[in-house]
Design a binder for this molecule. Structure first.
Ligand code: RP5
Length: 162
């Protein structure tokens, strides 16, 4: 069994359609990961346990997505030195502006790298984690460069009529 290098954490089952975009990128790059539902508000003990064991278990990044009063990324970051990549999930009431501001405005001393609202942010968080890990993993560096080349190849030089 391959040990996970990346943890994908989310505050609720309802965040999975967004956070799945991160999982799809990690699948494409053949990076081992795990997925967990961890609510800062509803399951605080699970949050502490996950954060405290993340480094000893060998996780190199935690991608954490949450919506609304989105405390999950910041609280995880408070309890682990593993880099936390925050993904603001688009909320129904405020379209994710609440999530974005909750995650991005960390006070000095405990950083969370914050990405765009929604699926684009989740996918980019996974690409960022891949780039981080690739600094010490040549095989992954090659896969990441191939992924980017294939993305570039998929962009037509001229627009077509629909
Ligand atoms: C947050 O509250 C979750 O991250 C989710 O985005 C939001 C709503 O959760 P549910 O009420 O759908 O479980 O904690």
């Amino acid at each position: 069994m391959t040990l996970p290098l990346v943890g994908i954490a989310m505050g609720s089952q309802s965040d999975w359609p967004t956070m799945k975009a991160a999982a799809e990128v990690l699948d494409a790059l053949d990076i081992a990961y795990e997925t967990r539902i961890i609510s800062a508000h509803r399951t605080p003990d699970r949050l502490f346990d996950y954060a405290e064991t993340a480094a000893p278990r060998g996780l190199q990044a935690i991608i954490a997505g949450a919506g609304g009063a989105a405390h999950l990324p910041g609280m995880l970051a408070a309890k682990t030195r593993v880099p936390v990549l925050g993904v603001p999930v688009q909320s129904a009431a405020l379209n994710g502006m609440d999530s974005l501001l909750s995650i991005v405005q960390m006070p000095k001393g405990i950083p969370v790298a914050t990405f765009a609202i929604g699926k684009a942010g989740a996918a980019n968080a996974a690409l960022f984690a891949a780039a981080q890990i690739a600094t010490t993993n040549n095989a992954l560096a090659g896969r990441l460069e191939a992924w980017r080349a294939s993305q570039a190849d998929a962009v037509a030089e001229e627009p077509l009529d629909e």
